[in-house]
Design a protein around this ligand. Structure first.
Ligand code: C2E
Ligand code: MG
Ligand code: MG
Length: 682
């Protein structure tokens, strides 16, 4: 352009010089000729002069035209230069000059277009950089074309550092293969970017292809969002979903999952695994007596004590409230590895039994353990758990604080329990339950002071089923409510019958289930029964266990006070087996304390038990309670209890619990002085 412009400038100078030279020459010539010819000049001179002046005028006009043209071109050039610099402001239109005008108009058009695209591009840039998602424009070659501010911040790189690089370079290596590439249809997914300093950034992205006629413009746009927080939250949720919050060991689901994996591995390696099913004995009592904080502390302590003992690769999980599972990998053949398992289980029993101090209370917990092995006892997870559970049930049923290895009969026992439940209901409906009476004898006089009513269930194909076996089943199915009411009715009926025949049966004790006491209208129900049989409430005593009392103490106190007001006596049964202290029982209107037979059975040989009985008797007397010792089987025990000032005794020493008729006969014999008890008290 400059080269071109140089020509008119020289032309202009030339023309201007020519016009000046023409004028000067014309004037000089005129003067010269005029001086020679003494004016006026000759016509030839004048003609020459006119020619020169015309020449000068023409040169001047040409110079002016060239000057103007040159000026317009310069303006167009200046405008073009501004355009090149990116200044898109309007400039004055060129008024004339056909070609130049066209050129100027073309420039103006170009300028407008440029302005439009630039404005919309700037706008687009602003929109893109204001977006929080990272946007990455990828060309059809898979290289990054552009990124927005969020993308450069996310990747901790300047935009210029990112453009031109293959998009796969912003991904961690392991994610590259799965990431979409050119030609891929619209998709979404999660991946992991890597920032300039190597930090991994989990992202959720969408990949949208850009279709363009021009291959150079086609490619895809990636919108990505940092999901680090979400991933962390996910991980936390997954952790919480797998780990028990209190004990920090796998929960049931996770434990089963781990067990499943262990089992699959053992199957492949032909190795063995064993499942120890652990359950805290009478955990409910701990909760009821000391509160849930104590219960939680017991669970935590148990977990930490057990995990400490576990061998390599073994793991523990919490399966439910107070149930835990432990998976171990025993070595060697079954016999040898059972010895090893037994040793571990014993160590667990010992370690758990160590005293635990919670909120100033000394707590002694024991556990029961059921053990089943793969593949000897079960070949899948569910059977393994079920069989270990059956073994645990056996360990509990035989008193707790025990270890049982699974035996096939145990499962049969579980099936039988189910059958028993339905048989029990049938027997109840067919009125096939029986009631026996166990005499309560006054220690000082040897006289029968009353009896305890004990329900009996005889099955034709099974013989006698013990209450310890069927009462828990009845509790599970709520049948206990109906059985309990039946017992009360039967006792009142028998009582009315004995009295009508002139016998003095004394006070009859009836065992009460927690569920009965929890019935909203229990006092009214029992009152109705008394009225129906014409019996005074003080003929009866209701026996409740410690656990029953502590289950819902506020409600229990209210109900017991009401029963007490009605004239009923209340006894606490199996005392010493729970956690309650005698002073805690002071709030309840209790008249009789029954010392559990476990103390009595060893009292004659174990001085500790004797001391315990002495303390219980002493404290009960101070609280105006009578004391009954249960399970008295020998004369030695009777002698000891008499020395310890126990008030009443109950037990096999005076015979098995008996029918209503037998009890009446016994009472009558005593009245007539023909009973055999007297000899024991002589
Ligand atoms: P419990 O109330 O402590 O009853 C005493 C248990 O000790 C009875 O067992 C009785 O037969 C047994 N026993 C009596 N003397 C001796 C003895 O000298 N040595 C030994 N080793 N045991 C003796 P049973 O009849 O099997 O009852 C067990 C439990 O079943 C009872 O314990 C009571 O809690 C519950 N039960 C019995 N009848 C009923 C009932 O009608 N309703 C409710 N809710 N529970 C009942
Ligand atoms: Mg009882
Ligand atoms: Mg008892």
């Amino acid at each position: 352009m400059k080269q071109l412009l140089r020509t008119p400038r020289y032309l202009l100078i030339g023309l201007a010089v020519m016009a000046t030279v023409g004028l000067v020459a014309g004037a000089g010539l005129y003067l010269h000729i005029g001086l020679l010819t003494n004016f006026p000049a000759s016509p030839t001179a004048i003609a020459t002069l006119l020619l020169l002046v015309m020449f000068a005028l023409m040169a001047g006009v040409a110079a002016a035209a060239v000057y103007r043209h040159h000026h317009e071109v310069k303006r167009v050039v200046a405008a073009a230069e501004l355009l090149a610099k990116g200044d898109l402001a309007d400039w004055e239109p060129v008024p004339y000059g056909q070609d130049l005008n066209q050129l100027a108009q073309a420039f103006q058009l170009l300028q407008r277009r440029l302005r439009e695209t630039t404005v919309s591009r700037n706008y687009l840039d602003r929109v893109l950089s204001s977006m929080q998602d990272a946007l990455i424009l990828v060309g059809h070659d898979g290289n990054i074309r552009r990124v927005n501010k969020a993308a450069s911040e996310l990747l901790d790189s300047r935009q210029s550092e990112l453009t031109g690089r293959p998009v796969t370079e912003i991904l961690v290596e392991r994610e590259r293969a799965a990431f979409p590439s050119a030609g891929q249809a619209q998709t979404r997914g999660e991946s992991v970017f890597v920032s300039r300093n190597g930090e991994e950034i989990p992202v959720a992205y969408s990949w949208s292809p850009i279709e363009a006629v021009d291959a150079d413009l086609s490619g895809a746009i990636i919108a990505a969002r940092d999901i680090t927080e979400r991933k962390l939250a996910d991980r936390r949720i997954r952790y919480l979903a797998r780990i028990d919050a209190l004990t920090k060991v796998p929960n049931r689901m996770q434990f089963q999952h781990l067990l499943q994996r262990s089992l699959a591995r053992s199957r492949r390696n032909r190795a063995r695994i064993a499942l120890l099913y652990i359950d805290i004995d009478r955990f409910k009592d701990i909760n009821d007596t000391f509160g849930h904080m104590a219960g939680d502390a017991a669970l935590e302590t148990l977990t930490s004590r057990v995990t400490k003992l576990l061998p390599d690769r073994a793991f523990m999980g919490r399966l439910a409230g107070d149930e835990f599972g432990v998976v171990v990998y025993p070595h060697g053949p079954v016999d040898r590895s059972n010895v090893e398992l037994n040793r571990l289980a014993r160590r667990i029993l010992r370690e758990v039994a160590e005293v635990l101090i919670v909120q100033g209370h000394e707590l002694y917990i024991t556990v029961s353990i059921g053990i089943a092995g793969f593949p000897s006892d079960a070949d899948n997870v569910l059977d393994l758990i079920r069989n270990a559970d059956a073994a645990l049930y056996e360990a509990k049923a035989t008193g707790g604080n025990r270890i049982e290895f699974y035996r096939p009969e145990m499962n049969a026992a579980a099936v039988e329990r189910l059958m028993l439940k339905s048989k029990l209901r049938r027997s109840y409906e067919l009125d096939q339950l029986l009631l026996n009476y166990q005499p309560k004898v006054d220690v000082r006089t040897g006289k029968i002071a009353g009896a305890e009513a004990l329900v009996r269930w005889e099955l034709s194909d099974h013989g006698l089923v013990l209450p310890s076996q069927f009462i828990p089943l009845a509790e599970e199915t709520n049948l206990i409510l109906e059985i309990g009411e039946w017992v009360l009715n039967r006792v009142c009926e028998d009582y009315a019958h004995w009295r009508a025949r002139g016998s003095e049966p004394g006070r009859i004790s009836v065992n009460l289930s927690l569920k009965q006491l929890a019935q909203p209208n229990f006092p009214r129900r029992i009152n109705r029964i008394f009225r129906r049989h014409g019996i005074q409430p003080d003929c009866l005593e209701l026996e409740l266990t410690e656990t029953t009392l502590m289950e819902n103490p506020e409600h229990t106190i209210r109900v017991l006070r009401e029963l007490h007001r009605m004239g009923l006596r209340l006894a606490i049964d199996d005392f010493g087996t729970g956690y309650s202290s005698l002073s805690a029982l002071q709030r309840f209107p209790i008249a009789t304390l029954k010392i559990d037979q476990s103390f009595v059975s060893d009292a004659a040989s174990d001085p500790d038990d004797a001391t315990m009985i002495a303390t219980m008797v002493d404290m009960a007397h101070r609280m105006n309670m009578d004391v009954v010792a249960e399970g008295v089987e020998s004369e030695e025990q009777l002698g000891l209890l008499r020395r310890l000032h126990c008030d009443f005794v109950q037990g096999m020493l005076f015979g098995e619990p008996m029918s209503a008729e037998a009890y009446q006969a016994l009472v009558n014999a005593q009245r007539d002085g023909t009973d055999s008890y007297r000899a024991l008290f002589a």
